[in-house]
Ligand binder design. Structure first.
Ligand code: GDP
Length: 453
């Protein structure tokens, strides 16, 4: 068990209940120094995993709070260590004083994500499960929360482990045969390895193909708002975001850089990217914006083209239409319908065309309907899909190494040549399951957490 750490696990804002968490070596003894049970039983003799009422005191013995404490002894706790949680009244002053008392009694401040990191290091959670804890805390939609909860429950880990275990078996057998040629070890049985590898590669391919949906579920749809200057792109972003995020002016070309805003449109989470007007320009700063706009269209899951419906379409509009009309998911908005309409839906080569007025909000509900139609679908939200770029990258590397191993087997390469690929696949899979992940990578993963998680 590591040294005892303490932190407030709920937010430091006024609330009905606030929780201080304590975990590690000697933490029940430390807690016993600052907490007296109403029934006068020493905390060290208190039953396991049962909430008990008592008083929390500071160093001078003054009462900080009347609250509940629960002891969870190793290994039956979140971290796998002895743990004590105090359920206090949720005043930031109470929580700060309680934490101070625990530090004075011997606990050290917890680092970001340290409780979950310990849970991972103690084998209570696989790495995908630990990573999903932060997704669950940060989930912004019910579907994202359900998916993260499924991952915390081990749905993804369960899919990855059989592949990882097969690779470990394969490697150990290869090594046994290569390193002990004189021992009577069952020969390779290349055919059976080949079929296991094929099956596992197929499973990884299926998993990799879920990432597009998974990324959207976790991070939202990347939506680029494009159109020439002054057509109402920033006004649209503001209307959807519900407040003045972008300065809207009447001078063409004022939104020079890209601006991002996450909004719910219908039931879909959009990461709106307002781009500088896509147009050929001499201006260097604006030109950089144009480059970004082109990139934004390329990287977008959804392109929202905006034009000023009260003015005839120009060559500039046409150039932008060309840039985005082929996009898989594109919507055209004919804006400023309040000023009289000269641009008609039949003038635009888009599947989805909506007449809107960002000044009054007219037509925005239609946009929500189109977005939901395009993106809210039959996405499994049970935690069995890939949602995270790091995991996707490692699974992709494992998949490619497995294809290379299969190719080697087919070409009749020597076992040690095939082994190199199988080991590469195993190591890449280990980065996802947590079995072979490097310390600096785990450190970076848990740094994303807040203190107390
Ligand atoms: P952007 O350059 O494409 O981002 O365009 P802005 O959002 O900055 O809008 C340019 C000008 O058009 C501003 O003066 C807006 O107030 C105005 N505008 C935007 N949408 C509408 C609309 O629906 N109706 C009217 N009448 N004016 C609008």
């Amino acid at each position: 068990m590591s040294h005892a750490i303490a932190a407030v696990s709920t937010g430091m804002s006024v609330s009905a209940i606030g929780i201080i968490r304590l975990s590690g070596e000697g933490c029940i003894e430390i807690a016993g120094k600052v907490f007296t049970l109403y029934n006068n039983i020493p905390l060290s003799q208190a039953p396991d995993r049962k909430l008990m009422l008592g008083t929390l005191q500071d160093k001078q013995g003054r009462t900080i709070d009347q609250c509940m404490a629960v002891c969870s002894r190793a290994p039956h706790s979140y971290t796998g260590e002895d743990t004590v949680e105090f359920h206090c009244h949720g005043s930031p002053a109470v929580l700060a004083a309680g934490l101070e008392a625990l530090y004075a009694a011997g606990a050290q401040p917890a680092k970001r994500g340290e409780f979950t990191k310990r849970a991972f290091l103690n084998g209570k959670l696989g790495l995908t499960q630990a990573e999903a804890v932060i997704d669950l805390i940060e989930a912004e939609t019910a579907d994202a929360a359900a998916n993260a909860a499924g991952q915390v429950g081990g749905m993804l880990q369960k899919k990855l482990m059989p592949v990882y275990n097969d690779l470990v078996d394969l490697c150990s057998h290869f090594h046994a045969v290569l390193d002990y040629p004189d021992e009577d070890i069952e020969d390779f049985g290349l055919a059976s390895y080949e079929s296991a590898l094929k099956q596992d590669a197929k499973a990884l391919y299926a998993l990799l193909s879920t990432y597009g949906q998974g990324r959207i579920l976790r991070s939202g749809v990347a939506a680029a708002i494009v159109g020439k200057p002054n057509v109402g792109k920033s006004s649209l972003l503001n209307a959807l975001a519900g407040y003045e995020r972008v300065i809207v002016t009447e001078v063409a070309g004022t939104t020079r850089d890209t601006v991002e805003e996450t909004v719910m449109v219908g039931t879909t989470k959009l990461r709106l990217i307002d781009t500088a007007g896509i147009r050929e320009t001499e201006d260097r700063i604006e030109a950089m914006g144009v480059v970004r706009s082109k990139q934004a269209v390329e990287n977008a899951d959804l392109v929202i083209f905006v034009c000023d419906g009260s003015q005839p379409l120009t060559a500039e509009d046409q150039a932008i239409i060309e840039l985005c009309a082929d996009h898989e998911n594109a919507v055209a908005l004919i804006n400023k319908t309040d000023l009289g309409q000269v641009v008609l839906p039949s003038d635009l080569p888009f599947m989805n065309i909506i007449e809107i007025c960002t000044a009054t909000g007219e037509g925005l509900d239609m946009l929500a309907g189109v977005v939901d139609n395009l993106f809210a679908g039959e996405m499994p939200c049970d935690g069995s899909i890939l949602t995270n770029a790091r995991q996707f990258d490692a699974v992709r590397r494992a998949y490619e190494a497995m294809l290379s191993a299969l190719q080697g087997l087919k070409l009749g390469l020597t076992p040690d040549a095939v082994l190199t690929d199988v080991e590469a696949a195993m190591s890449a899979m280990g980065e996802v399951t947590g079995a072979t992940v490097r310390e600096d990578i785990t450190a970076r993963i848990f740094e994303r957490f807040c203190v107390g998680k």
